[in-house]
Ligand binder design. Structure first.
Ligand SMILES: [Zn+2]
Length: 301
């Protein structure tokens, strides 16, 4: 069978390339998007669609890997244009009623909320579809298999399509041009053990290409999954090393950032790419996620 064409739309997040992608696949009645991107990148999304001679109204379906704002923020807007939205069962309530999601993000981002993420509209119930783990989603001539892959977040699916896995954030963050990957570990649902189980599950599936939302389609699948696992293991070791001295969150953020930045230098990352990594995966956020994991999961009770 001939490979179906998959188009990477660069949403040009905060004016930078290679930070957030949405993936576009045509079918007989229109087009499917994997991820909507945030509300702040709608004009880039429309421009990307226009390049393919499509408009937002041609997007019939959007498959969300998870409901973080950079992946799902524009789904409600696309629903308004007529698209059906597919999501993990644990993410569905937040797509119907995003108030809680928005208010917790506002606590983090404050005044930068609007410029970073734009508007997050709810998805009407009759356009929201709860995808079932391993149950095929058939759209025209296209078939997708959602695979439950928690760890980065409990509400996380990867989607298998032909020989590609769209792995959201569970496959890490890597910017084209470097053999270098970072693991995004935000609060509040980081679960290192569960994430490793998800990697194990992905390894059992057959695919030749891997498409993280940050950013692009790669064919060194084994390298990528192993690198995520190595990143999780070294973060866990790092926690064991730094936590006994009971650092403040500020100290923890500073020390985590210093560690990762130092490591990045070994890979010769350009300043520009360091900025893109920080947009796609803020290091302070991962430090917060690790701290919460340490207190609430690793040493709970
Ligand atoms: Zn995420």
């Amino acid at each position: 069978m001939a490979q179906t064409r998959v188009v990477t739309l660069d949403l040009n997040f905060q004016g930078r390339p290679h930070a957030i992608a949405a993936y576009l696949i045509r079918h007989s009645e229109g087009a499917v998007l994997i991820e909507s991107g945030p509300g702040s990148t709608l004009s880039a999304l429309e421009a990307g669609l226009a390049k393919e001679s499509l408009s937002p109204r041609n997007v019939t379906h959007v498959l969300l890997t998870h409901i973080h704002l950079d992946h799902a923020g524009a789904a409600g807007w696309l629903a308004k244009q007529g698209a059906d939205i597919y999501v993990h069962p644990l993410g569905a309530p937040h797509m119907l009623n995003p108030e809680k999601l928005i208010s917790s993000a506002t606590r983090i981002y404050g005044e930068r909320m609007e410029s970073l993420w734009g508007e997050f509209l709810p998805v009407p119930e009759n356009q929201l579809h709860v995808a079932k783990d391993a149950e095929e989603i058939v759209i025209g001539n296209l078939r997708f298999v959602p695979i439950n892959t928690p760890g980065h977040a409990e509400h996380h699916y990867s989607y298998l399509f032909e020989d590609i896995i769209f792995c959201g954030d569970v496959g890490g963050v890597r910017i084209p041009g470097y053999q270098y990957l970072r693991v995004p570990m935000p609060p509040p649902e980081l679960r290192i053990e569960r994430w490793k189980e998800s990697l194990h599950r992905l390894r059992k599936e057959k695919f030749a290409r891997i498409a993280p939302t940050h950013f692009g389609i790669f064919d060194d699948v084994d390298w990528q999954l192993n690198e995520v696992e190595k990143g999780l293991d070294s973060a866990a070791r790092w926690l064991e090393k730094v936590m006994p001295s009971e650092p403040s969150i500020e100290e923890l953020r500073a020390s985590f950032t210093a560690w990762v930045v130092e490591e990045g230098k070994l890979f010769g990352l350009s300043e520009e790419v360091v900025k893109v990594y920080e947009l796609a995966n803020p290091l302070g956020m991962s430090a917060d996620g690790l701290l919460r994991y340490w207190k609430k999961v690793k040493n709970a009770g």
